[in-house]
Design a protein around this ligand. Structure first.
Ligand SMILES: *Cc1c(COP(=O)(O)O)cnc(C)c1O
Length: 351
């Protein structure tokens, strides 16, 4: 704390990202990165772009990438907003669409960045408890509010809500923006993008960080009615005109040009998820059914913090949240076959 800080900075409670340890040889299953690298075509495109033209600013609008995403998702380019990772997109959403002097609703067990955005923009947060089995109950999202947001599949539970449930929430709250954060949608849920033309209050965000193996490139986007997108463009152009650099723009386009690789890489994770789930259950864990690239699991005989610490001693890093309802759970990213073997090999000794 310093006397030079703006008063509001003193009140901030920043998000704490999963650790990125400098040590090599760790089995890193804590931040939901993809176990396979990006498509070779992405790397090729980035290499080709890495030249003298880096002296020039990138396209502030990212028109080529917008056209690619619009085409891929069957919408117009005016319905697409780009950001430096979907976290940045979400920040602009909270600023641009959620500041109405009313609480914003999201599940109690969910992405812990949402309350942080509420904090920085002085938005009241209202947590809606998920069911005992961690599922989101659409009927709970009613009443006067300033907006609604939840991930589908939800994180860190991994549970997916059927599109009919998503639609019920969107249709039931026509006077506020409902944001579906689809960071993990490619691993097993149905995208709400197909509903955006029917609901002017629906905004869907996605990221290239998870299913496209590009967490290091920082590309995310939102799709929705062009009036919602225009609000986000106004915020973005009042903050940073060039959120996506040249390498990110060409790399992202190349990722959508390699559908075969995308299928192969997502199938790999889904297959390994089934194997990890079965392996954990054999060891006595309760595993929440996951539609994402991670599983949330607890062992009835052990505290979550103890399990995480014991794994860490064996150089395996998973995510533990010191938070009511999930303090005895571990969120385990689905890794490579070898990493998952290491996890399943280490656990019998611990439990
Ligand atoms: C990972 C994640 C994001 C953010 O991803 P970016 O890397 O910033 O694109 C957003 N929402 C949820 C639920 C996530 O898990």
């Amino acid at each position: 704390m310093s006397r030079f800080w703006s008063p509001r900075v003193k009140e901030l409670t920043p998000y704490v990202p999963g650790e990125q340890p400098k040590l090599k040889d760790l089995v890193k299953l804590n931040t939901n990165e993809h176990p396979l690298g990006p498509s070779p075509k992405v790397l090729e495109a980035i290499r080709a772009e890495a030249g003298d033209n880096l002296r020039l600013y990138p396209d502030p609008n990212g028109d080529v990438l917008k056209a690619k995403l619009a085409d891929y998702h069957g919408v117009s380019t005016k319905q697409v907003f780009l950001g430096n990772g979907s976290d940045e997109v979400l920040a602009h959403i909270f600023f641009g669409l959620f500041q109405h002097g009313k609480p914003v609703l999201f599940p109690d067990i969910t992405y812990s960045f949402y309350p942080v955005y509420c904090g920085i923009y002085h938005i009241e947060a209202q947590a809606i408890p998920v069911a005992e089995d961690f599922s989101i109950r659409p009927e709970d999202y009613t009443g006067d509010c300033g907006g609604i947001i939840f991930p589908n599949p939800n994180a860190p539970s991994g549970r997916a809500l059927a599109l009919s449930g998503v639609e019920r929430i969107v249709a039931g709250n026509p006077d506020v923006v409902v944001v579906i954060d689809e960071a993990y949608v490619d691993f097993g849920a149905e995208s709400a993008i197909k509903l955006v033309d029917r609901y002017p209050n629906l905004l869907v965000t996605q990221t290239l960080s998870k299913s496209r193996s590009l967490a290091g490139l920082r590309v995310g986007f939102a799709v929705g009615h062009e009036d919602l997108i225009e609000a986000l463009e106004r915020v973005k152009n009042s903050f940073n005109s060039y959120p996506l650099d040249r390498l990110a723009l060409v790399g992202a386009v190349a990722a959508y040009d390699d559908e075969d690789y995308f299928r192969h890489a997502t199938d790999y994770v889904i297959r390994e998820r089934q194997r990890v789930t079965a392996g954990l259950e054999r060891l006595g864990f309760d595993v929440v059914p996951s539609a994402a690239n991670f599983v949330l699991a607890r062992h009835p005989g052990h505290a979550g913090a103890d399990l995480a610490a014991a794994l860490r001693e064996r150089s395996i890093i998973v995510r533990h949240f010191n938070k009511p309802r999930i303090e005895d759970h571990l969120r385990i990213t689905i890794g490579s076959e070898a990493q998952n073997d290491a996890l399943l090999g280490a656990l019998p000794d611990i439990v």
